[in-house]
Design a protein around this ligand. Structure first.
Ligand SMILES: [Zn+2]
Length: 405
């Protein structure tokens, strides 16, 4: 049997396994042959069988000719091996779990780093009226708060308009560097409640997406814009992946996976949309928004560490977020949902390692390479590699893929 088909059968079985244990499939999107979709697979493989098949695929992947493709696929399989071991009950400490899946070593930002980030927020908060940095920020955010109902109403109007604007900017700043157009049938927006994330891009295949906002989460104007840009980039990146799959018949690309080193680059890239396109929510507050976001990312990572390594309780963690990231306590509690060890119904939280993708993907990979390319007048090469070679989008291949920049 051909490698591509065996690969899809194995990741499909892993998808069914992770869905059974956590409620979430490791396959984030699928647009391959229907008969190989995870829903159509017969029987359920035990974790031992899954691990055997992963090892056999890693062995067979050595024969893949193209270097980036060989490295990316092998690395994905190695990450999946850690996921299967974790969810089959093997006791893997959190730091090893995150490092095994994403290649990022979890760490606590120390007091000095946090104080420095808070100092930047404090400096930027001079544009706000009032006294006391926490009080000023909380008042400003309360004023720009978007409630769930308001967000629902904005979906057919403002959010669609903003998406069209961003898509045009992608054409003007990025697609102009690419030799051919990509088909784009657009994004449909929906809202949900009860999820641990704020927004999600469900790529549907056939060049379309459903982007979802979780109206339980606290949205402010700037946070909403950032989420629109972020999810929009996921949609566009996925259009290119689908196009590549259809042209090259690379079956492995027809199943987009969570929990691999590709996610670090995908999330880092989506968070770089504002840098690629020169976007700002509001010039007056841009410094404040950037510094606050950076501080909150660090606090979020620290809290993931506290919850999963130091085993602190929810109340202590929420109080930490509220005090250090200048947030109302009820909003702080909601931010814990993404990285808590267990979900509300007592299952392992599939997303708990995932919080490590965004910050490091942007800071250590995508942003510095983009900035270097811009400085050296190599944006064409940068965007062509990033969008036209899907195998460049993994921390396992990044350095090699962008070695010409
Ligand atoms: Zn994302």
């Amino acid at each position: 049997m051909a490698f591509g088909e065996d690969y899809l059968r194995t990741v499909g079985q892993i998808g069914n396994f992770t869905r059974e244990v956590t409620g979430v499939s490791v396959i984030d999107s699928y647009f391959g042959p229907m008969k190989l979709s995870q829903e159509k697979l017969k029987g359920r493989w035990r974790p031992e069988k899954l691990l055997e098949e992963i090892d056999s695929l890693i062995e067979r992947a050595k024969d893949i000719d193209k270097e980036l493709r060989r490295i990316a696929i092998t690395s994905d399989l190695e990450s999946l091996r850690v996921v299967v071991k974790w969810l089959s009950g093997e006791n893997i400490p959190y730091a090893q779990l995150v490092e095994g899946i994403f290649g990022v070593a979890p760490r606590n930002f120390g007091q000095n780093e946090i104080r420095k980030a808070q100092g930047a927020v404090e400096d930027a908060s001079v544009v706000l009226k009032g006294s006391g940095v926490s009080e000023k920020i909380q008042r400003w955010e309360a004023e720009s708060k978007i409630s769930g109902d308001m967000l629902k109403k904005m979906i057919d109007t403002e959010i669609v308009e903003r998406t069209n604007e961003v898509t045009k900017l992608f054409e003007a700043h990025i697609f102009k560097h690419l030799p051919a157009k990509v088909e784009n049938k657009g994004i449909i927006y929906k809202t949900v409640t009860g999820e641990p994330w704020s927004g999600y891009n469900y790529y549907q295949g056939d060049y379309t997406s459903v982007n979802v906002f979780n109206i339980d989460m606290p949205f402010r104007r700037h946070r909403l814009m950032w989420t629109i840009w972020h999810e929009c980039e996921h949609h566009i990146a996925n259009l290119f992946k689908e196009k590549y799959y259809r042209k090259n018949k690379s079956l492995d690309l027809s199943a987009l996976l969570l929990h691999t080193k590709r996610c670090v680059i995908d999330e880092g890239t989506a968070d770089c949309t504002r840098n690629f396109l020169g976007l700002q929510v509001d010039e007056k507050y841009s410094q404040l928004i950037e510094s606050l976001s950076s501080l909150r990312s660090m606090i979020n990572l620290n809290v993931a560490y506290m919850l999963n390594v130091e085993n602190v309780d929810d109340q202590t963690a929420a109080e930490y977020v509220a005090a250090e990231a200048y947030m109302p306590i009820e909003d702080s509690r909601k931010t814990l949902l993404f990285s808590k060890p267990l979900t509300a119904n007592g299952k392992p939280n599939f997303f708990k390692p995932y919080t490590y993708t965004y910050f490091f993907g942007r800071r250590d990979y995508v942003l510095p390479t983009f900035q270097k390319a811009k400085k050296k007048d190599k944006l064409k090469e940068f965007f062509q590699t990033l969008y036209l070679n899907p195998y460049s989008r993994s921390t396992a291949t990044w350095k090699t893929a962008f070695s010409g920049i």
